[in-house]
Design a binder for this molecule. Structure first.
Ligand SMILES: [Zn+2]
Length: 344
């Protein structure tokens, strides 16, 4: 009898210890604010991108981060206790993070790679079974530290706890010039054979990205700005997305407005709904209008841009996320102190 009690006690104690250590590892439900940040494709060659010979260097300076800045941003996020969570889990209301950590959603827009040889990579590829970036205009041609997704993968390899439950970023892609460097739509003006080859290669890449935890959203097929688009233009855009991009990236309920432009009450917005989109990604340090927050059949999430403009202008409001001054790449052609000419 004594022995039996001792056995039970030992088992109970083991249970307690097991439970305690297990509970420490477990994520706890989180119902506070979830930060969402986004950026575009990165500039890895600042000399080329910011050369006076580059006619779009002004846009690059305003709208992009450099690879060095993105690496520094990840370091800041990690240091400040953020962990990546998936947009899907946020939409489903299943947000759980390790105790003391703060959830963060990350998305990357465009990634079309149509500014060839201006300091950005040409495409994302799989090489030796690993996600890599590729450019024919630099050595080595294949790397894992020149673009957002590859830098993120390298960072998570070093800091696995930065990704909560395998979360990665959401890729908000267009279609007018293909996606991720693959000329996979008729608008790319390549031969039918090249288009078919790119569709096939891109599908393999997408499968690998999804396996890693990446999610996909429509950033509209033609990168259409909401305000200046007619209802029929939005209809045509959605149809093109459904025909050419959805077969490659799969169905998505997430629509990312170009430049964040939208009007939730507009009839035009209802067109997106008819194509299956009811989660909308907007831009701003904002919780949404009363109408958006009260909406029962759609969700609106506001995202903070990380780019040259934001690093310079939003040092104070962004301090809760990252020290933008510390991130800033001094090889840009404009100093951190430059604050002008951003607004049209
Ligand atoms: Zn865009």
């Amino acid at each position: 009898m004594v022995i039996a009690i001792a056995l039970i006690s030992a088992a109970a104690l083991r249970g307690v210890f097991f439970y305690a250590s297990h509970a420490d590892d477990e994520n706890t439900a989180y119902d506070g604010k979830v930060e969402h940040i986004f950026t575009h494709e990165l500039i890895f060659d600042t000399a080329k991108a910011f050369s006076p010979k580059n006619s779009v260097r002004d846009c690059f300076d305003k709208d992009h981060l450099t690879a060095a800045e993105f690496k520094a941003l990840l370091g800041e996020l990690y240091k400040n206790g953020y962990v990546l969570v998936s947009l899907d889990n946020v939409i489903n209301g299943k947000i759980a993070v390790p105790r003391g950590k703060k959830p963060l959603v990350m998305s990357f827009d465009d990634m079309t790679y149509d500014t060839v040889n201006r300091g950005c990579v040409d495409k994302i590829i799989i090489s030796d079974g690993k996600l890599c970036d590729y450019t024919k205009n630099a050595e080595p041609k294949i790397s894992r530290d020149r673009e957002n997704v590859t830098i993120l993968e390298s960072f998570i390899e070093e800091h696995p706890d930065f990704s909560c439950d395998g979360a990665r970023a959401t890729l908000c892609v267009n279609g007018y010039n293909g996606i991720l460097g693959y000329r996979c739509t008729p608008d790319c003006n390549v031969s039918e054979q090249r288009q078919a080859e790119d569709v096939s290669a891109c599908k393999k890449l997408v499968a690998e990205l999804k396996r890693l935890g990446y999610e996909f959203a429509s950033h509209t097929y033609y990168h259409r700005y909401f305000k200046s688009s007619s209802a029929s233009a939005i209809e045509k855009d959605c149809a093109a997305w459904q025909k050419y991009i959805q077969p490659i990236v799969g169905e998505s309920r997430v629509l990312c407005y170009p430049a964040g432009e939208h009007n939730a009450k507009s009839e035009k917005n209802a067109i997106f709904g008819r194509y299956g989109f009811y989660v909308f990604l907007c831009v701003g340090d904002y919780a949404g209008t009363d109408y958006e927050r009260a909406s029962k059949d759609a969700k609106y999430y506001y995202r903070l841009p990380f780019d040259g403009t934001a690093l310079r202008l939003y040092e104070k409001p962004y301090a809760r996320i990252a020290d933008t001054r510390a991130i800033y790449d001094e090889t840009r052609f404009r100093p951190f102190s430059y604050k002008g000419s951003y607004h049209k």
